[in-house]
Design a binder for this molecule. Sequence first.
Ligand SMILES: [Fe+2]
Length: 250
Amino acid sequence: MYILSLANQNLIKARLAHNNQVKSPFLQQASLAKIKKDSFEKSKKEELINQFHSEKIVSSEHLLDVVSSLAATIDAKDTYTKGHSAAVSRYAEALARAIDLPADEVERIKLGALLHDIGKIGIPEHILRKSDMLSDDEWAIMKQHPAIGADKVLKPNKSLHDLIPIVKYHHEHVDGSGYPYGLKGDDIPLSARIVAIADAYHALISDRPYRKGLSVQKACEILKMGAGVQWDKELVRKFIIIAPSLATNI
Ligand SMILES: [Fe+2]
């Protein structure tokens, strides 16, 4: 796995060179963006993404810092989804472990899930924050976020290429009705099918302006109804077994 081997190779070098302290313009920029979250205008977003593209990942800790900061910046933009990326990451990691994926794959899924909605950085604020139903035109813009995340945010930084399939395909449905590519069944990467379930589950149990979050039981019933249609049937079966043991107050 490119990311992990790169991180391991560079860990010792980084410790020697930086005394285990990564001086990162990107991380400084990301924390500034979080502080200024209410007025995080377009130029700041572009500056942050540019810093991100040129960031040299020097260790696994640094990689986690970069990914977490970027994810937190996205979550901070939308008050309804605060903590969403971190929660989706935890649920996706739990499901990946439950189906006995190797440790490096679990790690990739955990990081990819943290960044699944990173493309929302390219979606206008008024669409992201709209509490009413989106118009057809607004919805068409919103549906671009997986491709924006993959192509505009992750692709320019080689260290994060392994995460692209997760970000790019997290809204595909197993019956082919998802977006943006309409992939079906196993054509959707397993990692993206895992994150799709984690994403939907957290959305279902979270409070929204128009409804209270559903109970774990009710959310699992909805996942079951969509098994084999929206989500991978076998993965849903595994997820509803572990769901009651997952903390919901993340
Ligand atoms: Fe999304």
